[in-house]
Ligand binder design. Structure first.
Ligand code: PGA
Length: 268
């Protein structure tokens, strides 16, 4: 795991978008894993801008989203398909048939979960998986105590998660109670995972996920087992980390990050 501490949420967002854009430029048929939530919205805005102004080409890209609510149609503005359509898919030249989310309206939800895993495998697996982190440490909708070996399946959402998501639904009663989500095991198979977290509200959970013990209570801590995981945080989200100076040293000295130092540090 590597941690990149950015001077602002804006720089963290720009860096994340740049890493995704460079992946697509290097491998035009990249398979991207995408996330919803407030945190990645700026990443998608930047990718849309890079498409418009710099010709970033999504025509051969395939995407798989982490999760989808059960029981609301894709036409619902808060369905994750609806969010992706609004924030990214409608703004770049991606082919809709190459964009995948679990079907939360499927008649047979268990069969849909199996089909989703098979579709990921048939695409050759995920090259780069973008992730957020919930205040309770959930990765996708893998709520606390999710098996760290889990695959795509249905999950009940915790009251905390439903409260966190209530503002965009208008009322708590309107927030679905269940979702379909890639499992922790599914996420761990991606070839590269980028976790983006910004703001002081995430400081405590970032400490637990990055420097705490690996535990199913904080499913994001399973990323410590990931073969290549980059955690991108702003200063407020990094506040409680104990080894900040080491992380800064790695970013300043590892050749891999040389092309990105100016982008990050120009924001100081
Ligand atoms: P957020 O959600 O980006 O809206 O904070 C993250 C998550 O719950 O995974």
């Amino acid at each position: 795991m590597e941690v990149i501490i950015c001077p602002s949420a804006e720089r963290a967002t720009l860096l994340t978008a740049q890493l995704i854009a460079d992946t697509v430029r290097t491998k035009p048929n990249a398979v991207l894993g995408l996330a919803t939530g407030r945190t990645p919205e700026g990443v998608y805005a930047r990718l849309a801008q890079l498409h418009k102004e710099a010709g970033l080409d999504f025509s051969k890209v395939t995407t798989f989203n982490l999760d989808e609510y059960i029981g609301i149609p894709v036409s619902h503005p808060q369905s994750f398909r609806g969010c992706m359509e609004r924030d990214l898919f409608s703004k770049v030249n991606i082919k809709r048939e190459n964009t995948h989310l679990p079907d939360g309206m499927a008649h047979d939800l268990d069969a849909e979960c199996v089909r989703y895993e098979q579709t990921i495998a048939a695409a050759g697996g995920i090259d780069l998986q973008l992730l957020g982190i919930g205040l309770n440490g959930h990765l996708a909708f893998n709520e606390p105590l999710s098996s760290l070996a889990s695959r795509t399946r249905t999950k009940a959402l915790t009251p905390e998660t439903r409260r966190q998501n209530a503002p965009v639904f208008g009322s708590l009663d309107d927030v679905p109670t269940r979702a379909m989500t890639m499992g922790v095991g599914t996420v761990l198979e991606s070839r590269w995972a980028i976790l983006l977290a910004t703001g002081s509200s995430k400081a405590e959970i970032i400490l637990k996920a990055v420097e705490g013990p690996m535990t199913a209570v904080v499913t994001a801590s399973a990323l410590q087992m990931h073969r290549k995981c980059t955690v991108i945080v702003d200063e407020p989200a990094a506040e409680w980390l104990q080894m900040k100076e080491y992380y800064r040293w790695v970013f300043a000295n590892e050749p891999e990050w040389a092309p990105y130092r100016e982008l990050v540090l120009a924001g100081r």
